[in-house]
Design a protein around this ligand. Structure first.
Ligand code: PLP
Length: 388
C-alpha cells in the first residue's frame, strides 16, 4: 500500500490518539529502515527503545519463528517452556528471585504497585497504601500508572485519579513529607525518559535507598526505557550501586514483541499468591522466545560495546554547533538544541534520519547494535539539520 492510502484509512478509521510522522516502514536491516516508497532512513529511535537489536536480526527471528512453528499461545493455566527459561535468565542476570510477565510497561508497573500495596497491608494493615513517584517521571497510561506519572500535562480530563498515589521532588525531605508515614513504595526511573532524558543524581538515589530501607518502604526501579542494556549495564540502577525491591521493564526486553516484566527481590518474592494477579497474554510463548534470545545476547562483552558506541556518539554530538547540552546515560541520549525539537525531528525525517523528542529535548535511542557507519550517516544528517 502507498503511504497516501494508509494515511487515508488511518485518519478515517483509527482513533485520533496519535499525531504521526508522514512515513510507513516496510523493512530494513539493523539500524537502517526502508519506507513503502523505498527511501532509506537511519534509525536513532528503535521505535522508542523497542527494536534494540535493530530490524531483521537473523538470530532473533529464528528464535521467534521456531516458537511460532510450535505453538503461539497456551495460557498461563499451563506451563510454558520459553517463559520458564526467560524467568531463569532474567533472575540470574538481575539477581532477582522471581518474575511476573505482562504485556507492556504500564502493566509491569501495575503489578509492582499492587505488590507494594499487598506487602504493606500484610505487614502493617490499612493506612500504608501510598505510592510516591518523582516529578517529571513517566510510568504509563493506565489510570494507576498515569496517576503516578509526575507530569501535569498527562493529567487533563481523567479525574478522579487513583487515591494514595502522589509525586514529589527528588529530595528525601519532599518524599518524606509526601509519604507522611503512609508510604508503601517509592518508584523511580534512574534515567527519566519521557520528560527529557535526565539521569537522577547518584547521591540522591543512594540516600533514597537508605531512607526506604530504614522505613521499610519498597524501592521500585522502573527500567522500562532505561533498562535492557541501553545505558551499558543490564539495568540502569546498577550504575547507582543500589538494590531495589521491585524492578519493572518492557520496551526492548523482547526485541520488538510486546512483553513486560516485574522482577521480585528478597522482600517481595512471596507477596503475590495464586489468584492475586494475572494476565491472559502476559508471558506469551512467542514474546518470551524472542526475549530469551535478547537477554542471552546482552552479555558483559556486548554491553562494553554499547558503552563504546555511546562514548563515540556523545563525543561527536557534543561537538555539533547548535547542540547546547548532551544529557542521559549510554545510548539513552537527550540533546538540548537551539532549534525546537519537533522541528529537528521533522527536518531529520525529510533527510532520512529518525530521531525522537522528549519534552524540550531531542531524544536518541538507537538500536544497541547500530554500526559505526550507521552512526556516522546519522550524525552527518543531524549536523546538517542543526547547523543550518
Ligand atoms: C514507555 C514507558 C512506560 C510505559 O510502557 P508501555 O509499554 O507504553 O505501557 C512506563 N515507564 C517508562 C519509564 C516508560 O518509558
Amino acid at each position: 500500500m502507498k503511504l497516501e492510502e494508509i494515511k487515508e484509512l488511518d485518519s478515517k478509521y483509527g482513533a485520533k490518539t496519535f499525531s504521526r510522522f508522514p512515513v510507513a516502514f516496510t523493512g530494513g536491516k539493523n539500524a537502517t529502515l526502508v519506507d513503502e516508497a523505498g527511501k532509506e532512513y537511519i534509525d536513532f529511535g528503535s521505535g522508542i527503545a523497542v527494536n534494540i537489536f535493530g530490524v531483521n536480526d537473523e538470530e532473533w527471528k529464528n528464535a521467534v519463528v521456531s516458537q511460532l512453528n510450535q505453538i503461539q499461545h497456551a495460557s498461563n493455566l499451563y506451563y510454558i517452556e520459553s517463559q520458564a527459561r526467560l524467568s531463569k535468565l532474567l533472575c540470574e542476570r538481575a539477581g532477582a528471585k522471581r518474575v511476573f510477565f505482562a504485556n507492556s510497561g504500564a502493566e509491569a508497573n501495575e503489578c509492582a504497585f499492587k505488590t507494594a500495596r499487598k506487602y504493606a497491608f500484610q505487614k502493617y494493615g490499612e493506612g500504608r497504601a501510598r505510592i510516591i513517584s518523582l516529578k517529571d517521571s513517566f510510568h504509563g497510561r493506565t489510570l494507576f500508572t498515569l496517576t503516578a506519572t509526575g507530569q501535569d500535562c498527562f493529567h487533563q480530563y481523567f479525574d478522579p485519579f487513583v487515591p494514595e498515589v502522589t509525586s514529589a521532588e527528588a529530595s528525601i525531605k519532599a518524599i518524606e513529607s509526601a509519604g507522611d508515614g503512609k508510604a508503601c513504595a517509592v518508584v523511580i526511573e534512574c534515567v527519566q525518559g519521557e520528560s527529557g532524558v535526565t539521569a537522577l543524581d547518584k547521591e540522591f538515589v543512594k540516600e533514597l535507598e537508605a531512607y526506604c530501607k530504614k522505613n521499610d518502604i519498597l524501592l521500585i526501579c522502573d527500567e522500562v526505557q532505561c533498562g535492557n542494556g541501553r545505558t551499558g549495564k543490564f539495568f540502569a540502577y546498577e550504575h547507582y550501586g543500589i538494590k531495589p525491591d521491585l524492578v519493572t521493564t518492557a520496551k526492548g526486553i523482547a526485541g520488538g514483541l510486546p512483553l513486560g516484566a516485574c522482577l521480585f527481590y528478597e522482600k517481595t518474592e512471596n507477596v503475590l499468591c495464586p489468584g492475586d494477579h494475572g494476565s491472559t497474554f502476559g508471558g506469551n510463548p512467542v514474546a518470551c522466545a524472542g526475549a530469551c534470545n535478547i537477554v542471552e545476547r546482552l552479555t558483559k562483552e556486548f554491553l562494553l560495546e554499547v558503552t563504546g558506541k555511546a562514548e563515540y556518539l556523545r563525543t561527536k554530538l557534543s561537538k555539533i554547533d547548535g547542540v547546547k547540552r548532551v544529557t542521559g546515560m549510554g545510548l539513552m541520549i537527550g540533546l538540548e538544541t537551539d532549534k525546537p525539537p519537533k522541528e529537528v525531528a521533522t527536518e531529520c525525517l525529510e533527510r532520512g534520519l529518525l530521531v525522537l523528542t522528549a519534552h524540550t529535548r531531542v531524544r536518541l535511542l538507537p538500536p544497541l547494535t547500530i554500526t559505526k557507519t550507521e552512526m556516522d550517516e546519522g550524525l552527518a544528517i543531524l549536523r546538517g539539520v542543526l547547523q543550518k
